[in-house]
Design a protein around this ligand. Structure first.
Ligand SMILES: Cc1cc2nc3c(=O)[nH]c(=O)nc-3n(C[C@H](O)[C@H](O)[C@H](O)COP(=O)(O)OP(=O)(O)OC[C@H]3O[C@@H](n4cnc5c(N)ncnc54)[C@H](O)[C@@H]3O)c2cc1C
Length: 388
């Protein structure tokens, strides 16, 4: 067993860290406060090739794996960009995996190079108000009319819908009541987010406000059959192919936020003097920070293991899910300790830990809740009966 970081991984980490150092906390605080997308950051990440890191070389990417993509996203979050930075690029880095794997050659050639270079922003439309975590209950329907579909329905929580040209959209092409297995009859479309058939409304939310997330209504949106990913009715299975990678990348982002929060907390605990001594001398301050570091390092090990398993084509469902759970808990714990360490100043925007705290909280909810992760572990790892 070798835990040493490879030279290539170290170089990726250092290069991303250097690029991110041009975007200090103040940049992210301002974009978060004003609700403005971080265009310059997105552009610089694309120009340096980081957005295309996991895209196959034939489509203009670097053809690297999830281990490398996880390092990129961890470093972005750890720079203080947190989720405002990570979510601006996350979907472009790996969200197109179902197209890479199941899309036609023409579809891949037409779209993927533009995703890899950042020219085409993309969104992911799965969640619906009436279905939530129960994805097979989605109701958005695509009805076939000759060489195109007409899509009607309502999605919620579509991140970057306002900035994106296209959305990877999960729809029903056969109603749930008419299929043998509830996972049948769903189809993935790479749909254009065009007016007037698409109506997008941003949702006012707690944090990560530089990257807006939206309700999207589709009113007979035409989508060419050529923009269907793979076979009709197989969309749910195509989606599953990318889920472990998604869990690992989200875990890496949670880890990064935790590292950013802890860095600020330790600095503050060393500098802030109350009762004539640095507050870090109090074990009531030091122990939670030491515990936060311990939890983050443990989560990191599971992330590295899951990413390595995935990149070497081995089963990694258990590890990917556990990594997401551990890192989301560890990231939020670190952010909460950082806020407490700052006392009243932790509540002020100026010290940035309140922003990390708001964004770390999101990781326990999305893209999958901690409860659904535990459902997976209970059922698939422990062999307990499914509870729902
Ligand atoms: C900021 C943000 C960005 C997002 N971006 C996207 C996006 O780009 N694209 C997209 O498609 N979606 C996106 N989502 C949606 C996200 O994936 C969902 O919010 C998440 O999957 C949970 O679904 P829900 O909110 O409907 O919760 P629900 O399914 O309604 O669940 C509510 C609560 O009940 C619990 N629960 C439900 N069923 C069970 C059960 N069987 N056992 C135990 N507990 C259960 C859940 O864990 C949760 O705590 C985003 C969400 C947020 C907040």
């Amino acid at each position: 067993m070798n835990f040493e970081e490879s030279e290539e991984h170290r170089l990726i980490r250092e290069s991303v860290r250097k690029l991110c150092s041009d975007f200090p906390d103040e940049y992210w605080e301002r974009h978060d406060r004003e609700g403005v997308f971080p265009d310059r950051f997105f552009h610089n990440m694309a120009a340096a090739g980081w957005i295309g890191i996991a895209m196959p070389e034939q489509y203009g990417g670097a053809g690297r794996g999830i281990q490398e993509a996880a390092i990129v996203l961890e470093e972005v979050a750890a720079s203080g960009a947190a989720m405002n930075g990570a979510s601006s690029i996350h979907l472009s880095i790996f969200g197109m995996h179902p197209i890479v794997k199941h899309g036609s050659a023409a579809m891949c050639q037409k779209y993927l190079p533009d995703v890899a270079t950042g020219k085409l922003h993309v969104a992911f439309g799965v969640t619906e108000p009436n279905a939530g975590s129960d994805t097979t209950s989605i109701e958005t329907f695509a009805r076939r009319e000759g060489d195109h579909y007409l899509v009607k329905g309502r999605k919620i929580w579509t991140t970057k819908a306002l900035e994106s040209g296209r959305v990877l959209l999960l729809v029903r092409t056969t109603a749930k009541a008419q299929v043998k297995r509830k996972t049948d009859g769903m189809t993935l479309l790479f749909a254009k987010l065009q007016e007037p058939e698409v109506h997008i409304s941003p949702i006012a939310k707690l944090g990560r406000n530089a990257v807006r997330t939206c309700e999207v209504v589709y009113d007979d949106l035409p989508v060419a059959v050529a923009d269907r990913v793979g076979e009709e009715g197989e969309g749910f299975r195509y989606l599953l192919d990318g889920l472990n990678a998604e869990r690992i990348l989200i875990a890496a982002e949670s880890l990064g936020i935790g590292r950013a929060a802890l860095r600020r907390a330790v600095n503050y605990a060393n500098e802030r003097v109350v009762f004539d001594r640095p507050i870090g001398k109090n074990q009531g301050i030091a122990f939670p920070l030491a515990e936060a570091r311990t939890r983050l390092d443990a989560a990191e090990l599971m992330i590295r293991k899951a990413a390595w398993l995935l990149d070497t084509n081995q089963p990694c469902g258990a590890e990917a899910n556990m990594a997401k759970w551990l890192a989301a808990e560890a990231g939020f714990f670190a952010a909460d300790c950082a806020l407490q360490t700052h006392g009243g100043f932790g509540y002020a925007r100026e010290f940035h830990v309140e922003r990390y705290w708001r964004e770390a909280r999101l990781m326990k909810l999305a893209p999958i809740s901690q409860e659904m992760i535990l459902n997976y572990v209970a059922e698939h790892v422990l062999g307990l009966p499914r509870s729902y």
